[in-house]
Design a protein around this ligand. Structure first.
Ligand code: SF4
Length: 346
């Protein structure tokens, strides 16, 4: 928060708690952060990858350097375009598994629906960082709804993006209503980082709108205990109180959370917030994210230590996404499966 005074004068509490104010004042170029002393020329990075940062998420940074976990997850760096071993823009071939724009179908009875390409913060470790700019969401919902009607084997739809909670309440109501019109679709899951990056967006009205279409599960993405602020906890409480169960997917990230005490605090904190830690993912081998990779060996060591330290309810499954495996793979089984995993080659 101490840095914000250099960027804004006298922000009222009312403005700060308004998600519209936050979006209006979000940063979309590193130049806008020059007042903070960030003068590194990152034009090449910004040309290649999207950048957006909410004032709220910026306020969680304690130190303006790469050692700060929030800084590392949100401020562009030259490492994103440095030569890397893994240079796949789309390692899971989501484009190949996309029968129509906006649908990814990698599994038999569930699909991913890309509702928008917008996010409150463009995470530097994002799996879709190479494809987000390509998602065109204008006027393609008719074809998506038709696809859902025709594919009666689909039981569950994961609404993703970008971040679907960037859409207005009205648009979400319309979207979820159209999905749930199909009797064969029993469950909607919403993948979102909004409770972490722009928690004030989770108003009572939004929670009520989502709950209208229950069962709707919320899948959050908290990576650091620093993200579990009072604002974030309030946002999650609103969702749970409205009848929306929450599970959390954490990505293991080097120098962000590859530490037993950090993970312990994170997973315990999530449980105290009524969020079930669901998955701890090994980072995907995506172009532009190698600086975040945690090795399989380190991930296994963290899993084994953690199991002795926290209750089963706090313990997520440690898994990796591996192309064409049909499901997530436990990290402990990975030595035999994923010979292509990045840090395995070190
Ligand atoms: S909010 Fe999700 S989709 Fe958006 S940049 Fe972050 S990880 Fe990627």
């Amino acid at each position: 928060m101490k840095y914000l005074n250099k960027l804004f004068n006298n922000i009222s509490e009312e403005d700060w708690q308004s998600w519209e104010w936050q979006l209006k004042h979000s940063f979309r170029s590193i130049k806008e952060l020059h007042a903070l002393g960030l003068h590194e020329s990152l034009t090449d990075v910004e040309d290649k990858y999207p950048f957006c940062l909410s004032p709220y998420y910026l306020s969680l940074i304690d130190e303006l350097n790469y050692g700060d976990p929030i800084y590392k997850m949100s401020i562009p760096s030259i490492y994103e375009i440095a030569p890397a071993i893994y240079n796949e823009p789309d390692p899971f071939e989501e484009q190949k598994h996309s029968p129509i724009p906006g649908i990814i179908n990698r599994y038999k009875n569930r699909v991913v629906l890309l509702a928008t390409n917008l996010c409150a913060v463009n995470c530097r470790h994002c799996t879709r960082k190479n494809t987000l700019k390509n998602i065109e969401t204008h006027d393609y919902f008719d074809a998506i709804f038709e696809y859902l009607v025709e594919h009666t084997e689909i039981r569950e739809v994961l609404v993703s993006g970008g971040d679907p909670l960037m859409l207005s309440d009205e648009k979400l109501d319309w979207l979820l209503g159209n999905i749930k019109k199909n009797e064969h679709i029993k469950v909607i899951r919403i993948g979102t980082r909004i409770p972490t990056t722009l928690p004030m967006r989770v108003t009572h009205e939004l929670a009520k709108t989502l709950a209208k279409h229950s069962p709707v599960w919320i899948s959050t993405h908290f990576n650091s205990p620093k993200e579990l602020t009072e604002e974030a906890k309030t946002a999650c409480a609103r969702l749970v109180d409205a009848g929306l169960p929450i599970v959390n997917q954490t990505v293991l990230l080097k120098d962000v959370n590859d530490d037993i005490n950090i993970l312990k605090n994170l997973f315990n904190g999530l449980q105290e917030t009524r969020i079930k830690p669901y998955y701890a993912f090994l980072g995907d081998p995506v172009q532009g994210t190698e600086q975040f990779y945690v090795s399989i060996e380190d991930a296994l060591m963290l899993e084994n230590k953690l199991r002795k330290e926290i209750s089963g309810l706090c313990m997520p499954a440690f898994v990796a996404d591996v192309a064409d495996q049909g499901s997530k793979i436990p990290i402990r089984d990975l030595m035999t499966v994923a010979t292509e995993q990045p840090n395995n080659k070190e």
